[in-house]
Ligand binder design. Structure first.
Ligand code: ADP
Length: 755
């Protein structure tokens, strides 16, 4: 006779292998039924030791033999037929007859092996649940209720009615697989578990895997003695049986200890699966051992199907209701963004900007300028947050309802920013949108201290992990968290921010276009001015040249006479002509220099410029009883300092030159900020200018007076205009003959750097 061996997994569960404890191959079963494994020829390759408790046969009598030896020929044929036509989704359980008794038999395949799990009917017959009534009740309930919570309560109550367990709980997992008792039906005299939370370590990863593969699990009695599954020793030394799909499968000793610590004797667990993930469990507890028959288990499983079929529908419906609200706000904001140039201020003045994500505050950073609404952190905190986001978030967006878990420093401003949705509006956080949510402190009721869910214990075998002994209410207060962001809220934020980003980009393009348009206009006017050089040669330069040539010719002709008077006169005119040409050439060179100055734009102290001007011209003005008054000029200006100094020097020189002999000279320099430019005025109470010449005088060589009246080249104001043009500003004049002149100059606060 062949030697037999058991296949019990004998390795110890210790601290190192707890998570990998191979519970799918325990090699033992619970005793409320027995197990047979068959090869394809119906020979028995596995047999649980307890077969003799149910049939008049010992394992060694049947191992290696054909199963037909156990039954009548007719029963063997029925079994063969059942196995051959077996469909795991369709076939009902097989009723196995043995010497006048009936057994319920479940079949599944494990590798090459056909596994039969055979249980007696507890009361000797096969009680069939009233599935029709169960369905009808469920459908009518479904029509009445919308709420997922209500539905779960109903399922808990119904499942308890069907199965008779002391307690039925609907367990719901969060994203980390911590479970919460979401609904409960229980015996009146036991304490409620509703609202309690269980840490994810209570159901380790491999147990969750099994819940996904095998949707129902019965543990009839935690105090059971495991029954070894036996096989023939000579078959294959490493032979083992994967029992993942087995219903009788033995239970992990850790789980048994856990249930014992809870005081529970029997359990039934049904997996609730949504989108191929474990959404939750229907967990039934009994405080004394309880075996429920196969068909009752199926009825309970049906409740699980009812519920999972509705979870997605209810959750989607809830989300849909939220989306509809949010979309209304989003539409309003999108319209503003697409229609208004000043849309940032406009969307911030609408409540929709907060409602679109149900946030408490919002920040829009545009080119480093902060615009806010509602509850937002202090400026320094925002700076730090933006800095962190810039360094740590490479994606376009980031959101969290527990910001401080990512960015520790955020705990210091958790009051306003426990939760954020961030979206960049460009490449850097200098352009971004952030919605903020305030802190919502909450208390989680854990069933026992979650940090001590598994504890190290020392027993005669050494160290091992053991589940906690105490399930006493353990309150944890959770800080630094806001309400969770829901999917429609995050989606709306992303859609709006993307739109804002595009719109800002378009506006920017428009602005750039405008700048280039202005630049090209300036180029055109520069060309026009260049053209006005043409008549330099024809008039201004020719006039003194003619003078020189007349007097030198005369000089040549008259030289013999050596008329001293004539000689002096001619040489005076020649010198005068040469000096005027010299001045003209110098002025022209200077004019030309303005456009070619390579000095870069800088921010400089305007005060320094006027201090120098005052020190040069002050004494001369005061000598004649006049005054130079510098009023509200900006401290700093962006531009080419030497040119700006020349601009004001020319204007003040003119004011001095064209002063009125009738009154002491008054020069006032003032400035005022308007939008994005400075408007300067330089006013005097001199001889004034007639309105009709107001434009002409800015052209090269344009003068209103003769050389005899006032010296000059007619280039001073042309140079001024060129300097102002170069700085993208404007210059014009308001003059009043015999009263005075006021020159207006605008200079942009931030001029565009020349190409
Ligand atoms: P210039 O002073 O060399 O003649 P400008 O281009 O500086 O040339 O000035 C052009 C003309 O504008 C002057 O000849 C003068 O007639 C007139 N003008 C300039 N500034 C003043 C002023 N502050 N008051 C009166 N007239 C002025």
């Amino acid at each position: 006779m062949a030697e037999i061996k058991d296949i019990i997994f004998r390795g110890e569960v210790d601290l190192t292998n707890c998570a990998s404890e191979p519970i799918h191959i325990p090699g033992s079963i619970q005793p409320h039924g027995f197990l047979l494994g068959l090869d394809k020829d119906y020979n028995v390759t596995y047999c649980s030791q307890n077969i003799s408790n149910y049939l008049e046969v010992q394992p060694q009598d049947i191992l290696g033999k054909n199963i037909g030896a156990l039954t009548s020929e007719e029963e063997f044929h029925r079994l063969k037929n059942y196995v051959e036509t077996f469909d795991k989704d369709q076939s009902p359980a097989f009723v196995f007859h043995y010497k006048g008794e009936e057994f319920n038999m479940l079949l599944h395949e494990s590798g090459e092996t056909i596994v039969l799990e055979i249980e007696p009917f507890p009361d000797g017959s096969m009680p069939l649940p009233n599935l029709y009534a169960q369905m009808r009740n469920f459908v009518s309930f479904m029509e009445e209720s919308y709420d997922l919570q209500e539905l779960c309560n109903y399922i808990a109550v119904e499942t308890r009615k069907i199965t008779g367990y002391d307690r039925v709980m609907i367990y719901r997992f969060d994203y980390e697989y911590n479970g919460e008792v979401f609904a409960e039906a229980r015996r009146d005299d036991i304490e409620p578990f509703l609202g309690l939370n269980y840490p994810h370590t209570d159901i380790p990863v491999q147990a969750r895997e099994l819940y996904l593969r095998n949707l129902m699990r019965l543990i009839a009695d935690v105090n059971y003695v495991p029954v070894p599954v036996l096989t023939l020793a000579d078959a294959n030394e490493d032979k083992t049986l994967d029992m993942s799909l087995s219903t009788l499968r033995s239970v992990s000793p850790i789980h048994i200890e856990y249930l014992k610590n809870m005081g529970v004797s029997g359990t039934l667990t049904i997996s609730l699966i949504k989108d191929e993930k474990l959404w939750g469990l229907i967990t039934c507890h009994h405080y004394s051992p309880l075996v429920i028959p196969h068909y009752t288990r199926l009825a309970a499983k049906l409740q699980g199907y009812f519920l999972t079929s509705q979870i997605a529908v209810r959750e989607t419906a809830e989300e849909f209701r939220l989306s509809v609200k949010i979309d209304n706000h989003l539409d309003e904001l999108m319209r503003i963004v697409s229609e208004e140039d000043d849309f940032i201020n406009k969307i911030l003045s609408s409540d929709a900007i907060l409602k679109v994500t149900n946030a408490d505050g919002v920040l829009i950073v545009n080119n480093g300028v902060y615009h806010t609404k509602g509850n937002v952190p202090a400026r320094e905190s925002i700076d730090k947050l933006l800095d962190w986001l810039g360094k740590n978030v490479s994606r376009q967006y980031f959101y969290s309802y527990a910001l401080s878990e990512h960015f520790g420093e955020a705990a210091s401003f958790s009051e306003t920013a426990s939760g954020i949705i961030y979206h960049s509006l460009g490449r850097s956080p200098k352009n971004s949108m952030i919605w903020f949510r305030t802190e919502k402190e909450k208390t989680i009721n854990w069933a026992g201290d979650p940090s001590k869910a598994m504890i190290k214990v020392m027993d005669p075998q050494g160290h091992r992990l053991s589940p906690r002994k105490s399930f006493e209410l353990w309150k944890q207060s959770v800080k630094f968290q806001s309400q969770e962001w829901r999917r429609p809220e995050v989606n709306a934020a992303i859609r709006l921010a993307t739109n804002v980003e595009n719109q800002l980009y378009l506006l920017n393009l428009k602005r750039e276009e405008e700048k280039y348009r202005k630049l090209s206009e300036r180029l055109q006017s520069a060309n026009e001015q260049l053209e006005s050089f043409n008549w330099i040669s024809s008039h201004d330069l020719k006039e003194p040249l003619r003078m020189i040539s007349i007097y030198s010719q005369a000089l040549a002709g008259q030289f013999v006479e050596s008329d001293e008077e004539f000689l002096r006169n001619a040489s005076y005119h020649i010198t005068e002509g040469v000096s005027r040409i010299n001045n003209l050439i110098n002025a022209l060179l200077e004019y030309n220099r303005v456009g070619t100055v390579k000095a870069s734009y800088n921010t400089f102290e305007l005060k320094d410029v006027f201090n120098e001007i005052s020190s040069i011209f002050g004494p001369e003005i005061q000598k004649n009883g006049g005054e130079l008054l510098i009023k509200n000029i900006p401290d700093k200006l962006v531009g080419v300092k030497v040119l700006i100094q020349q601009l004001f020097t020319n204007l003040i020189q003119n004011a001095i030159k064209f002063r009125s002999p009738q009154r002491p000279l008054q020069i006032v320099v003032d400035a005022e900020k308007k939008d994005d430019y400075w408007q300067f005025t330089v006013s005097d109470n001199g001889i004034g200018i007639q309105e009709e010449y107001a434009e002409k005088i800015f052209k090269v060589f344009q003068r209103l007076h003769t050389h005899e009246e006032f010296s000059g080249s007619g280039m001073g104001l042309a140079i001024c205009k060129r300097i102002v043009d170069l700085h993208q500003g404007q210059i014009w004049l308001k003059g009043d003959l015999n009263v005075g002149s006021t020159f207006y100059i605008t200079l942009p606060v931030e001029p565009v750097m020349p190409l």
